[in-house]
Design a protein around this ligand. Structure first.
Ligand code: ASP
Length: 320
C-alpha cells in the first residue's frame, strides 16, 4: 500500500518520532564531503509547485538528490498550466513517468489530498493553501529537539498571522503531539475562531510572552489577505513585532521564512544567537530526506519487518 504525508493531523507521536529519528540518522550524511546515499537509486521523485517557494522546493530537491533519486522539478509558471491544463491532468501526465513520490505545493487547501487520489505515487504535502505544511512542522520539531533535547513541557508562543498560516496549523498540532504547551498570539482579526480546538491557548497581546521558552513568529501573509486585517504595518509592528526589548535573554526565536524584516521581526533579533532561523533551513534537508525515506523505503515490509528497499537490500544510509 502506498503511503502519503498529507497532514500532521494524520500522525501520532510515534509516527513523528520515527521521522525525527530517521532525520538524525541522515544528519551524519549531511556532514560528509560527499553527501549522498544510494537509498532511492532508480526511483523518481517529482516536485510540483503551483506557488512560490525558496526553502521548501530547494530542500526537497536536495533531499531527493542526496538519496540518489531521479528528480523532476515542475513549476506551474512556464508549463502547460499556462495553456490551461488542470492540476488533475498535470498530475496524471506526470504520473506516466511512474514516480515513487510526488511532492505538491498548491495555493488551495485540500489539494494534496486530491492529488493523492489521482496517482499511485506517494504524495507529500509541501503546503496546501491555509491548511497544512507538515514537513515544516517536522523540521521545526527536529530543530528544537536538537537544541533542547526533550520537547515535553516546552512553552511555545506562535505569534502573528495565525489565520492565514498553514505553518501555524501544522505547528500547533505537531508541538502539541510532542508534549509542548502552545499559545497562539496576535490581533483578533488574525486568530481563527476555533483555533483552541487544535489544542492551544489564545492571547491577544504580548503581555504574557515572558513565560515562553520559544517564540515562533509568523509572516504577515498579505498574498492571502483579501481586505485589511491590520490597520497598518506600523501599528501591527508596534503591538506584535518581536524585537530586542520583547525577546527575553533565555528565549529561542523561530520563523519559517521568508521574513518581512521590520514587520514581524526586527533586524537585531533575526541576527541574534537566539534565532534558530538558519538552523531550521538546514534541518529542512535531513527532515525531507527522512520523509522520502520513510514513505518510499522505510516500511515497505511493515514496521516490524525491518527497513528494506524494493530490491530487498538493507536500506540504512550508506556511502554512495
Ligand atoms: N514558507 C512558509 C509557507 O510556505 C511560510 C510563509 O510563507 O510565510 O507557508
Amino acid at each position: 500500500m502506498k503511503r502519503d504525508l498529507l497532514s500532521i493531523a494524520d500522525l501520532d507521536r510515534e509516527d513523528i518520532e520515527r521521522f525525527l529519528d530517521r532525520a538524525e540518522s541522515f544528519a551524519e550524511v549531511s556532514g560528509r564531503q560527499i553527501k549522498k546515499v544510494p537509498t532511492l537509486r532508480g526511483r523518481t521523485v517529482i516536485n510540483v509547485f503551483y506557488e512560490a517557494s525558496t526553502r521548501t522546493s530547494s530542500s526537497f530537491e536536495l533531499a531527493a538528490k542526496r538519496l540518489s533519486a531521479d528528480l523532476v522539478s515542475f513549476k506551474a509558471a512556464g508549463s502547460a498550466v499556462d495553456k490551461g491544463e488542470s492540476i488533475r491532468d498535470t498530475v496524471q501526465t506526470l504520473s506516466a513517468y511512474d514516480p515513487a513520490a510526488i511532492v505538491i505545493r498548491s495555493p488551495h487547501a485540500g489539494a494534496a489530498a486530491m492529488v493523492a487520489g489521482w496517482t499511485a505515487a506517494s504524495v507529500i504535502n509541501a503546503g496546501d493553501g491555509k491548511h497544512e505544511h507538515p514537513t515544516q512542522a517536522l523540521l521545526d520539531l527536529y530543530t528544537l529537539r536538537r537544541r533542547l533535547g526533550s520537547l515535553d513541557g516546552v512553552k511555545i508562543w506562535i505569534v502573528g498571522d495565525v489565520l492565514h498560516s498553514r505553518v501555524a496549523r501544522s505547528g500547533i498540532l505537531a508541538f502539541g503531539r510532542m508534549g509542548c504547551e502552545v499559545t497562539v498570539c496576535g490581533p483578533p482579526t488574525l486568530i481563527p475562531r476555533d483555533v483552541e480546538s487544535l489544542g492551544c491557548r489564545v492571547a491577544y497581546s504580548l503581555d504574557g510572552l515572558g513565560e515562553a521558552d520559544v517564540v515562533y513568529a509568523l509572516r504577515l501573509q498579505s498574498e492571502r489577505m483579501e481586505g485589511s486585517f491590520v490597520p497598518s504595518l506600523r501599528e501591527y509592528a508596534a503591538l506584535f513585532q518581536i524585537d530586542g526589548r520583547r525577546l527575553g535573554a533565555g528565549q529561542l526565536l523561530m520563523h519559517p521564512g521568508p521574513v518581512n524584516r521590520g514587520v514581524e521581526l526586527s533586524a537585531e533579533v533575526i541576527d541574534s544567537p537566539q534565532a534558530l532561523i538558519v538552523a531550521q533551513v538546514e534541518s529542512g534537508v535531513v527532515v525531507r530526506m527522512a520523509v522520502l525515506y520513510e514513505l518510499l523505503a522505510g516500511f515497505s515490509q511493515g514496521p516490524q519487518g525491518g527497513a528494506r528497499d524494493r530490491a530487498g537490500q538493507a536500506a540504512e544510509p550508506q556511502p554512495a
